[in-house]
Design a protein around this ligand. Structure first.
Ligand SMILES: [Ca+2]
Length: 406
């Protein structure tokens, strides 16, 4: 049994796997820190791990094996804790399970080959609780045809299922009662080829779906109204080859298992490309058919590296935002109100720009990436401070100027 922390001392240079960062991309870093598991059927070994889910409630990680047909539980540093499941169609048994999610004190498994969702207690015993759907594939409401992804909204407790072969998303209550469905087979914005992965942004309630055969990511509101999409088939940054799982990380970053390109891609919540990690292979900074991904609030990502029969981890770092002032006065001014303006950037989202004049408190400027503020000046010297804040609460370096009112 290999301990993940034994890898923490070996931090490779990040330049070797920051692929094709386009000009103008914001500086940020993601470092692959290790992996756990080897091929096999023993405790802590894997046979085609396709799904991984961090549990905030239990501070542990669940892994589901598509070929191994079981659910294993690990500490966050990769120490084996327990397992459940075997091959079959009985309660708590699996047939080609693909995705896993946590929430409501439960662990949800997309038991794909049995066309159902199974839920287990999110405790060390991983006790079977219930299942819904049916062993036979069906397109009726509340039933499934090869469901591949499952995710819970951490606030509402509602559960979203990527019902892959029915080309739709289904939404359930926290107890598994059918609520609604959206999508149908097609290539339109709100239609699906094969929705494989689903993730919920806890901050906004928005639902992200990886459509594996249309090679793109789609974003919906919590009720399933289409908002946006990005991607397309290919190997360039921002393109995909059969993306499967995805997860939402700190600041709403969208982490996508770009399965057929054997890499991970990270976007901001609006789909702007940020970073790509990995090449194909068995090495420490490589992947072989990565399918599932889960990210802790602190940005530690777990990747179900299915072809390498392991879970790989990397740390995503939220970079601080920047702020700049445009056309600041170069000499004394003779007015009581001074208009200031400038810009702010971040690797994720700038939530506000703040300005402090003299001994006053920081006040919120109008606008964010382009901001403006009217400062009230006293006679004499007016020290002014300006800063920006990102969605993760990181604060920029403070810009200072001193304005003399004559
Ligand atoms: Ca940031």
């Amino acid at each position: 049994m290999r301990n993940l922390f034994s890898f923490f001392g070996r931090l490779p240079g990040i330049a070797s796997f920051l692929l094709a960062l386009p000009a103008g991309a914001f500086a940020q870093s993601s470092t692959i820190v290790g992996s756990f598991g080897t091929a096999g059927a023993g405790n802590g070994q894997f046979n085609g791990p396709t799904g991984v889910a961090f549990s905030p409630a239990q501070n542990c990680v669940y892994v589901v094996e598509n070929f191994g047909r079981r659910l294993q539980r690990f500490s966050t540093n990769g120490i084996y804790q327990s397992q459940t499941g075997s091959s079959g169609a009985g309660s708590g048994q699996f047939f080609g399970p693909f995705g896993v999610g946590t929430g409501n004190g439960m662990v949800y498994v997309a038991d794909s080959g049995n066309n159902r969702i199974q839920q287990f207690m999110d405790t060390t015993a991983i006790a079977f609780q219930s299942a819904w759907g049916g062993v036979a594939a069906s397109s009726a409401a509340g039933f499934f045809a090869s469901p591949e992804g499952v995710a819970a909204n951490a606030t509402s407790g509602q559960i979203y299922v990527a019902d892959a072969n029915n080309s739709r998303i289904q939404r359930f209550s926290s107890t598994g009662a059918f609520l609604s469905t959206w999508g149908t087979a097609g290539i339109g914005p709100a239609e699906f080829g094969k929705p494989s992965g689903v993730a919920v942004d806890a901050a906004t309630g928005q639902v992200y779906v990886a459509d594996s055969i249309q090679h793109r990511i789609k974003r919906f509101d919590a009720s399933g109204n289409f908002l946006s999409q990005w991607g397309g088939e290919g190997a360039a940054t921002g393109q995909f080859q059969n993306p499967a799982g995805l997860a939402i990380g700190p600041e709403g970053i969208v982490v996508v298992a770009d399965t057929g390109n054997h890499r991970i891609q990270i976007f901001n919540r609006d789909g702007v490309f940020l970073i790509a990690l990995g090449t194909v292979g068995p090495g420490p900074e490589q992947y072989n058919t990565p399918t599932g991904v889960s990210v802790t609030p602190a940005g530690l990502a777990y990747v179900a590296d299915s072809g390498n029969h392991r879970i790989s981890t990397f740390q995503y770092t939220n970079a601080a935002p920047t702020v700049a002032i445009k056309d600041a006065p170069r000499g004394p001014v003779d007015k009581a109100r001074l208009s200031l303006k400038g810009s702010a950037t971040d690797d994720g989202t700038v939530v506000r720009v703040e300005v402090k004049v003299g001994k006053g408190a920081f006040q919120t400027a109008v606008g964010r990436n382009a901001w403006r503020f009217v400062a009230k000046l006293k006679k004499g010297r007016n020290p002014i401070e300006i800063r920006s804040i990102d969605l993760g609460g990181k604060v920029s370096a403070v810009r200072r100027l001193s304005v003399i009112r004559s």
